[in-house]
Design a binder for this molecule. Structure first.
Ligand SMILES: C[S@@+](CC[C@H](N)C(=O)[O-])C[C@H]1O[C@@H](n2cnc3c(N)ncnc32)[C@H](O)[C@@H]1O
Length: 479
């Protein structure tokens, strides 16, 4: 009933507003880890064995299908500040760095990281994410959030945390969708966990924020989203978000940006893949000659797997930051109550070799011009489950289920029907395309445009998982 009420309320509210349905529903995103101190010359060089504009504007790439080997090109160019920085780390350490260390610097280095200084989701961007595909995504997450709040007993105060909010689109759509439910919106305190100052500014704009001065000189300035008059604050990490209130955490395409360590099976056992600099000053992969600190995480991950699962693998990725983050989430939810929703592309088992780089809608070499391409890796949902269950007896883990099942069970079909009742032909086409992208599998069968622009469904490649305080029971739609 609640789901149905939410869907109807948000349908009315969207069409009574002056905002453009077309823009909202067919947005297109064209969009430290451990280190080894082993001397450089002990490393073995690794052989390459790696296994809202209209959609016509550019070819959008969502990152979940990126298993293609990239083109290699190591043409000499002047080193960027980030490349110089990476080479300096390797030089002063006297040895290579881990892939995780490289990934973290490339994505989030405070001066030159990929996410830090720009809107990577704009018309000149690199890839597409679900909230940018259609308003329906954020609205469905709003339905999930409100249902959980109901299950939590409608607390008067709730921290709503988004990890890695990108442009802030998901939360803006969520707030518009639930804006009629005052008891809910009045309980919310929004916390954005975002490392990029450029994206923080964009989030501020998209949430239609205003900053209110304190009433006297001593009171802190307060930021309010005028969509629902909800207080909003920004943090660099989840640890900085205040504890003590029930908390709902949303992590959409956040885990895939966390740095992974890569291991490769060699005759001497599992070796960590590291990144070094050649005599010609080019980055190259090497294998560690002996166990590295991250080997402890590899061992932990393998203990959670069956022997036959590991026996078939030559490569394994582990993400200690994902394990640590999951423990932090479980600790918070176990103590304060609430739940977390994680949606990402990934597998419900060990991930082998998934790290990929994309620049301007093209696959590129991971080592090419670091900082100018997005790096992401498949999420290991089984490791998230084990991390949560091992850390806290007060939380339960549900899923993963496919994005298609998740959105379908929450009522996305009713939502699109409601939207289609009152829109132009052009808007209807964009709604159907967005819907297919969110829940479809493969190329859209109804597509009549150029093949290379056919909408590709994210419905089965993206998975949804929930971690909730056991007191809340089983969250929708995982019953
Ligand atoms: C792939 S984008 C996803 C954006 C958004 N959730 C969406 O689906 O459109 C990753 C987001 O996480 C942020 N991010 C990545 N690593 C981070 C970190 N270590 N700490 C905080 N934010 C981070 C990025 O700046 C960006 O906002």
């Amino acid at each position: 009933m609640l789901r149905r009420a939410l869907l109807q309320a948000s349908a009315r509210c969207r069409f009574s507003s002056s905002s453009s349905l077309l823009l909202a529903s067919r947005r297109q995103c064209s969009s430290s880890s451990s280190s080894s101190q082993v001397p450089e010359d002990h490393f073995v060089e690794q052989s390459v064995d790696t296994p809202q504009t209209p959609p016509s504007a550019t070819i959008s790439v969502d990152r979940s299908a990126l298993y293609h080997p990239p083109d290699h090109s190591h043409e000499p160019t002047a080193d960027s500040e980030l490349v110089k920085h990476l080479k300096n780390i390797i030089k002063f350490r006297g040895g290579p760095i881990t892939v995780a260390e490289y990934m973290e610097e490339v994505l989030t280095n405070p001066k030159a990281g990929f996410y830090v200084n720009r809107d990577v989701f704009g018309a000149g961007g690199d890839f597409i994410t679900s909230p940018e595909v259609s308003q329906m995504f954020g609205e469905m997450i709003g339905v999930w959030t409100m249902c959980l709040w109901e299950q939590m007993g409608q607390p008067k105060r709730v921290n709503l945390v988004e990890l890695g909010p990108g442009r802030g689109t998901l939360l803006a759509d969520l707030l518009r969708g639930v804006s009629k439910f005052k008891n809910f919106t009045e309980s919310l305190q929004i916390h954005m966990v975002e490392c990029s100052p450029a994206l923080q500014k964009l989030q501020y704009q998209n949430l239609k924020c205003l900053t209110e001065d304190g009433t006297d000189g001593n009171t802190e300035k307060k930021c309010i989203s005028t969509i629902t008059e909800t207080p909003v604050s920004w943090h660099m990490t989840l640890e900085q978000v205040p504890t003590g209130s029930p908390t709902i955490i949303i992590a959409h395409e956040f885990y895939d940006a966390l740095p992974v360590h890569q291991f490769q099976k060699a005759s001497r056992g599992w070796c960590e893949k590291m990144i070094d600099v050649t005599e010609n000053s080019l980055f190259r992969f090497v294998l560690s000659p002996q166990p590295t600190p991250a080997t402890l995480y590899l061992m932990k991950r393998c203990r959670w797997a069956e022997t036959k699962e590991i026996a078939g693998l030559d490569h394994i990725e582990v993400c200690p930051k994902a394990m640590d983050l999951t423990q932090e989430i479980s600790n918070r939810i176990g103590t304060d109550g609430g739940g977390a929703l994680i949606i990402d592309y990934g597998l419900n088992r060990i991930v082998s070799d998934s790290l990929q780089a994309i620049r301007k809608h093209k696959f590129v070499d991971i080592l090419d011009d670091p900082g100018s391409a997005d790096l992401s890796a498949y999420v290991d949902f089984a490791a998230i489950r084990h991390s949560a269950e091992e850390f806290s007896a007060d939380v339960s883990v549900h899923g993963p289920m496919t994005q298609s099942q998740f959105l379908g069970s929450l009522g996305i079909n009713f939502r699109i029907e409601a939207l289609l009742e009152n829109c132009t032909d052009e808007q209807a086409e964009s709604l159907r395309t967005g819907y297919w992208r969110l829940v479809g599998d493969g190329e859209a069968p109804f597509w009549e445009g150029p093949d290379e622009q056919a909408p590709i469904g994210m419905g089965t490649r993206y998975l949804a998982m929930a971690i909730v305080n056991k007191k809340q029971g089983v969250p929708v739609p995982f019953e």
